[in-house]
Design a protein around this ligand. Structure first.
Ligand SMILES: [Zn+2]
Length: 174
């Protein structure tokens, strides 16, 4: 029986549902108490979730492509310009709200060249640190000022260079 139908049947039968929940709780407790199995479960679960996510994203991208192709050339130009303006506006809002200067050296001559830096380093694939907050969403960036900082390009590249060399040192030690 497919899982969806099975769950629908369970919902109509409260006694069976209780039994099912009890069984589930026992399963979870067993899983939590067994760290090896728990780790295994986590990785498989993550892979599955990633697969679903990519499928979903592909669908949306294809839809967007079709919509974009159906536009006239004037509409396309307008859309591109709107996106550009939105990005510039977003940058300006964040830079203004964070004080218009590099938080390391204080550079402030041209605030529009300041860059966003993750205070806690993110290397993604190499060190398995997950991205908790997206830096693309304006609301996220404003809600979590403790995770980001403004740096001038010079300070930013120096900081990331230091972090990368440290990471490699640690890797060689291991
Ligand atoms: Zn700086």
């Amino acid at each position: 029986m497919p899982r969806k139908e099975y769950l629908a049947e369970l919902r109509q039968n409260p006694e069976k549902l209780k039994e099912f929940k009890l069984k589930q709780n026992i399963y979870w407790e067993k899983l939590k108490n067994d760290p090896v199995r728990h780790e295994k479960w986590k990785t498989t679960h993550r892979n599955e979730r990633n697969r679903h996510y990519h499928k979903h994203k592909q669908k949306i991208n294809e839809q967007r492509k079709i919509e974009y192709m159906s536009l006239s050339s004037g509409q396309k130009k307008l859309l591109i310009q709107q996106r550009k303006e939105y990005r510039i506006k977003k940058r300006q809002i964040i830079i203004k709200s964070w004080g218009n200067k590099c938080q390391n050296c204080g550079y402030s001559d041209y605030p529009e060249i300041l860059q966003f830096d993750h205070k806690i380093a993110l290397y993604r694939r190499t060190n398995n640190i997950k991205k908790k907050v997206s830096d693309h969403m304006l609301s996220d960036v404003i809600k979590h000022p403790e995770l980001f900082q403004l740096l001038c390009p010079n300070c930013h590249i120096l900081k990331t260079r230091r972090e990368i060399t440290e990471l490699w040192k640690n890797k060689i030690k291991k």
